[in-house]
Write a protein that binds this ligand. Structure first.
Ligand SMILES: [Zn+2]
Length: 415
């Protein structure tokens, strides 16, 4: 085996030939002179063969995946061709995307690493700066998603996410059946979500949507009712539970303000205990909550009992039973003489018809919650995002509706 063939086999170079190599030991670099296999040159826009006009004098370099700590560069002088449709263009390069400074294999490695680890770690592995990495990431993801269309959407979920340390908001649209993210748009108002329905879905596609899930805000509810005539609207479980927890916390705060020094000691540390899901409380927690009744803090105790009872709603399986349950719960809650809880009852009554279908389509919300959790992990891993572009790049890469590394040709998928 010749040394050139050895290098070609070692680096698994497909579709092009190695003509020579140079080691630059001082910079720990390996320069490979390469040449495409095929003799003809193709147009990068339409793939048609064109007449070769000239070969560029100065060679172009492409960054490849580093090997054993050495940076690898491919060097080649591309030819200029004349395409019948596109005129004078530089020939298409089999190992890299048009105008790219890195190889397709490098892009694949970058996408795979970024999906697994922080961008800082990925940049270290690939021996590039973090800003270059995020630039390449953004360009690769944008070009992979270009022209991509949404298909087969039946269950839709809409939610808001925050970025830039919670100062800015974006609207995120999920496909709840395939559990993936379809779209992310700046802002959280009606005009943002209208943009999604108007620009990204056809009239037929909007009619095909049979279930939709969102929070209690009027913007998303209004948009779904306007754009999806056949959709059953279900309120997101997460947001309903959050509203109830806020009501219980309001009761706790009231009591805290009224309590004397001794009373405050008994109330200390209650906040998180009240938030904890019943299944995650241990014996001591329950004992403590029950002791509230004896210690004279009956209002907090009553709020806690009510919120625990409401939790049963999510396990119901029949719409008629669910309706009866909600009616009974609201009646009891209204008699509690707790203002924040009464306010929550009003919300429940207003949205009753949007809560009850949950018992039969329960799965939809669980998916949205799961996706929310992944988004949180992505956000925490990067210690937050300053721009929406960077945040949406990572969301589309990890849970987008398009397999982005899968868009790179199989021959270039070796790391
Ligand atoms: Zn062309």
């Amino acid at each position: 085996m010749s040394i050139l063939n050895f290098i070609r086999n070692l680096l698994q170079i497909k579709g092009y030939r190695v003509k020579g190599f140079t080691f630059h030991n001082r910079f720990k670099e390996l320069w490979l002179e390469v040449k495409p296999y095929k003799n003809g040159a193709q147009c990068p826009h339409c793939g048609r063969r064109g007449k070769i006009i000239r070969t560029l004098v100065t060679p172009r370099t492409w960054r490849d995946v580093p090997v054993c700590g050495r940076l690898v560069f491919l060097v080649y002088c591309p030819r200029e061709i004349k395409c019948k449709a596109h005129g004078r263009v530089q020939e298409s390069i089999p190992w890299a995307a048009p105008y790219s400074r890195v190889t397709l294999r490098f892009e694949y490695a970058l996408l795979t690493y970024c999906a697994m680890m922080t961008q800082k770690a990925a940049a270290q592995l690939l021996h590039i700066s973090q800003s270059t990495l995020s630039d390449i990431l953004h360009r690769t993801i944008t070009s992979a998603r270009e022209g991509h269309r949404i298909r087969g959407l039946r269950h839709i979920g809409i939610d808001e996410i925050s970025y830039c340390k919670g100062r800015k908001y974006a609207t995120i649209v999920y496909d709840l059946e395939r559990s993936c993210v379809l779209w992310i748009g700046k802002g959280k108002g009606r005009e943002t979500i209208d943009r999604f329905f108007a620009d990204h879905l056809s009239r037929y596609q909007r009619k095909q949507i049979s279930a939709a899930c969102c929070d209690m805000g009027q913007a998303y509810i209004g948009a779904i009712e306007y754009w999806c005539p056949n959709a059953t609207l279900i309120l997101d479980r997460f947001h309903v539970v959050k509203a109830l927890n806020a009501a219980v916390d309001e009761v706790r705060k009231e009591q805290w303000r009224e309590a004397d020094k001794e009373g405050k000691v008994t109330l200390k540390g209650l906040r998180w205990l009240l938030y904890t899901h019943p299944s995650r409380r241990d014996k001591d927690d329950v004992k403590r909550l029950k002791s509230l009744y004896m210690n004279g803090n009956r209002r907090i105790h009553r709020a806690w009992v009510l919120s625990d009872e409401f939790e049963q709603f999510w396990d119901l399986k029949d719409q008629a039973v669910a309706k009866e349950f909600l009616g009974n719960w609201c009646k009891t809650a209204n008699m509690s003489r707790l203002e924040p809880i009464k306010k929550f009852v009003k919300t429940v009554k207003k949205h009753e018809h949007r809560l009850i279908p949950f018992v039969e389509l329960g799965l939809t919300n669980a998916v949205a919650e799961g996706l929310n959790r992944i988004i949180k992990i992505v956000k925490n891993r990067a210690s937050g995002f300053r721009t929406l572009e960077a945040f949406s790049d990572m969301i589309f890469l990890t849970i987008g509706d398009l397999d982005i590394p899968g868009q790179i040709p199989p021959a270039s998928r070796t790391i």
